[in-house]
Design a protein around this ligand. Structure first.
Ligand code: C2E
Ligand code: CA
Ligand code: CA
Length: 736
């Protein structure tokens, strides 16, 4: 909402200027009617102020009205009024004025009235001692005149009190106007008193005293129109210094005043004693006030501390204690705002590769330090991001609302992680990261899930390229969920079963072993393992699926081993190796099926092997006689350097190498295969050529002295019965 301010001259300034002009005009013209009209205008202004603000304005209104009536009275009467009625008629407006102006300065705070009262009483003491007493003592002074003089003295002192009080007022404008008005009222009285109360003429319209009083009313009217007129003084928190000093002075000094005027012991002694009592009482009060103030101070400090704590708790609630980055809650909070907003935004999720290994290898202390360093690097490389959050573990989120290119940013942070190793205690720890990002449109709150899908896609794709969410990822996700549900069902209803592919002696073509390959028939159709194995890995079902494969294959192979001396080779995935109970599980299956450990080979892909090299699982199994094969050799890391450190026995050359040995094979391809075979031999590993599809390939491998081979040329993966009949055939006509 926009407010339109219209600038106007304040009304009170008009009143001041107009009033002054009118008073001067009336003086010059010496017109009674004009005087009365002027005073009537003041009455109206004060009446309106009283209706709006209360707070003393009613008293001031009454004062002006009384003044108007008095002035009207004198105007009607011809001749100069006598001192007494004149004085009485004017005492009322003054007293009302003093009361009203005093009310205006009232603070909404306990004790302030007492302070003001003390000052007034102190002044009354001055009036009593120096004004009233001397007059009372004067012989021959008229009784009524005496009383009037005393009355005026007291009223004047009250007015003086209001002047002082209004001068100290924080509401500058109206208070200053009232103070000035008070002074204008006081002056003619003092002059009157000083000149021995000679005559009443100056107080009549046209006289100088009347002129000043009229100016006073102009000031009061202006004060009534001032915007500060209705503003209450705020109750100050502590006890102010100035009122306190005024009160102390009044309390201690006023009992002494009679003693100054009259030095007799009968006056001085009680005065001194009274002043002493007042002083001690005040001391007590001040000390109590100090105590209260200290208590209040303590309470304030406690409150402040609580607020700091509150802020700290709020910070903690929104931030990750380890890295100081925002946490998931805070990110969700900001994300919610971005969704509700009207600007496009993007979310990047970034995960470290192999961070778990850092923790396992070097301990959590090093892992935590690395995470802190990663956090620092991410912040440094993504300055245009609204929020960087740690979402738990090794995953980070970046909310981009600045319109920056999120794809470029994602690439930059991934690059920043990989750019240089992290250094902890002089250990250099290289890390890489993957990133997925999703663009958010206002009103769409699926962005977190979308970015997560993109991150998973990036992990699957490998490499440093960030993946960006699109609808196909969601379709894939739905398909994955369908497969996972089907797999769960399959584990229960036995629709998972095994096929076996012969592994043959490359020289003779004789079957020496079988590779177990899992099959799933869903709704009468075979689902390829390349489809369901990755889903099983992602959903954690691989544990159950792998165990099922082992039981089925070992039970079947136990027979073949007994009768034909065949060995069995079974595929094992990364996730299975991470299970610390894996080795015991395998040994239990061997014990349960009667297959000797020496007849079992576990196939593990190359990249996984390097990660698993320092876990005790493989060592335990090998100690029992189980052999380990590197599957798909040549597709993962170039692990030649590590080969001798890996706990392996068999090397399976990936199909891609064999496929290149087409008729006629290129010399370079032949020499590559030869080199791999020689490498295996030198490391004491048994080599298996995979994916042999043609006789020419088989011949070539034989020439290269490849010990074992596998492929459609020798036999497709088939069910157990087919292998059985194959075995029967070989027994009947042994290979040449
Ligand atoms: P793999 O371990 O490399 O298995 C060899 C794959 O090559 C099998 O595919 C096999 O049918 C196929 N193959 C065999 N000979 C030839 C050939 O001459 N030419 C061609 N083009 N292909 C040939 P399959 O059965 O579809 O299995 C695919 C992958 O699924 C396997 O690759 C393996 O990584 C995984 N897998 C299969 N069963 C299991 C299992 O029980 N557990 C685990 N963890 N993974 C399995
Ligand atoms: Ca395999
Ligand atoms: Ca393979």
């Amino acid at each position: 909402m926009a407010h339109v301010h219209i600038h106007r001259l304040p009304a009170w300034q008009y009143a001041l200027a107009g009033g002054t002009t009118a008073v001067l005009g009336a003086y010059a013209l010496n017109s009674i009617v004009l005087w009365l009209l002027l005073q009537a205008a003041v009455v109206v202004v004060l009446y309106r102020a009283a209706c709006r603000h209360r707070c003393g304005w009613w008293l001031l209104f009454a004062a002006a009205l009384a003044g108007l009536i008095a002035a009207a009275g004198w105007s009607i009467r011809s001749g100069v009024p006598a001192n007494t009625p004149m004085g009485l008629s004017m005492a009322l407006p003054y007293a009302l004025y003093a009361a009203g102006a005093f009310q205006f300065g009232r603070r909404k705070q306990p004790g302030s009235a007492a302070e003001a009262g003390a000052v007034v009483l102190g002044l009354a003491m001055v009036a009593w001692s120096f004004v009233v007493l001397p007059y009372l003592g004067e012989p021959g002074y008229q009784q009524v005149g005496n009383a009037l003089a005393m009355l005026y003295a007291v009223i004047d002192i009250a007015i003086l009190a209001t002047v002082l009080r209004n001068l100290a007022d924080a509401r500058r404008g109206p208070a200053r106007l009232l103070a000035a008005g008070g002074l204008l009222l006081l002056t003619p009285h003092l002059v009157y008193a000083a000149t021995g109360s000679a005559g009443t003429v100056p107080f009549l319209p046209g006289g100088p005293a009347h002129l000043m009083i009229q100016f006073c009313w102009v000031l009061v009217a202006a004060a009534a129109l001032h915007p500060g007129a209705g503003v209450y003084l705020p109750g100050a928190e502590g006890v102010g210094r100035r009122p306190l000093i005024a009160m102390c002075t009044a309390a201690v000094a006023s009992p002494l005043i009679p003693a100054i005027a009259d030095r007799r012991a009968v006056v001085v002694v009680p005065a001194l004693l009274t002043a002493g009592v007042c002083g001690l009482l005040l001391l007590r009060i001040v000390l109590l006030a100090r105590l209260a103030e200290r208590r209040a101070g303590q309470a304030r400090a406690a409150l402040q501390e609580q607020q700091v704590l509150q802020r700290r708790l709020a910070y903690r609630a929104g931030h990750d204690a380890l890295t100081g980055l925002a946490n998931r809650d805070l990110l969700l909070d900001h994300l919610g705002r971005a969704v509700a907003g009207d600007r496009p935004y993007a979310l990047i999720l970034c995960a470290l590769d192999g961070f778990k290994e850092v923790n396992d290898t070097y301990g959590h202390h090093v892992g935590d330090t690395v995470l802190r360093q990663v956090a620092g690097r991410l912040l440094l490389f993504a300055p245009e991001v609204e929020l960087v959050a740690r979402l738990g573990g090794d995953e980070f989120g970046f909310l981009v609302t600045s319109g920056a290119d999120a794809g470029e940013l994602a690439g930059r942070v991934v690059g920043a992680v990989a750019a240089a190793p992290f250094v902890v205690d002089e250990r250099r720890i290289p890390l890489t990261a993957r990133a997925g990002l999703a663009d958010g449109v206002p009103g769409n709150d699926t962005v977190l899930g979308d970015a997560d899908l993109a991150l998973r896609a990036a992990k699957q794709a490998g490499g440093a390229r960030p993946a960006r969410f699109d609808e196909s990822l969601r379709a894939e996700q739905t398909e994955r969920a369908r497969i996972a549900a089907g797999l769960r069902q399959a584990l229960a209803d036995g629709s998972l079963f095994m096929h076996y592919q012969p592994v043959v002696d490359a020289g003779t073509g004789r079957m020496t072993g079988v590779e177990a390959l899992m099959r799933w028939r869903r709704d009468g159709e075979l689902v390829p393992p390349g489809v369901f194995i990755p889903v099983a890995e992602q959903t954690g079902l691989i544990g159950a699926v792998g165990t099922r494969a082992l039981w089925l294959a070992c039970a079947q192979a136990a027979v073949w081993h007994r009768e034909h001396g065949l060995y069995l080779t079974v595929n094992v995935s990364t996730h299975q190796l991470r299970d610390p109970g894996f080795a015991d599980g395998v040994l239990a299956v061997l014990a349960g099926t009667g297959l000797p450990a020496a007849a079992l080979v576990l196939e593990i892909t190359e990249s996984v092997l390097i990660d698993a090299a320092d876990t005790p699982v493989l060592g335990t199994l090998r100690a029992h006689g189980v052999r380990i094969a590197i599957d798909d050799f040549g597709t993962g890391y170039s692990s030649l350097a590590y080969l001798h450190t890996l706990p392996v026995d068999i090397l399976k050359i990936d199909q891609s190498f064999i496929r290149r040995l087409q008729d006629p094979p290129k010399p370079t391809d032949v020499s590559l295969t030869r080199a791999i075979l020689e490498l295996a031999r030198s490391q004491g590993l048994l080599a298996v050529a995979e994916g042999v599809e043609t006789g020419a390939q088989a011949d070539l491998l034989r020439e290269l002295s490849c010990p074992l081979a596998q492929g459609y040329h020798f036999g497709r993966p088939a069910d157990a019965r087919s292998i059985d009949s194959l075995l029967r055939d070989t027994v009947r006509e042994p290979a040449a």
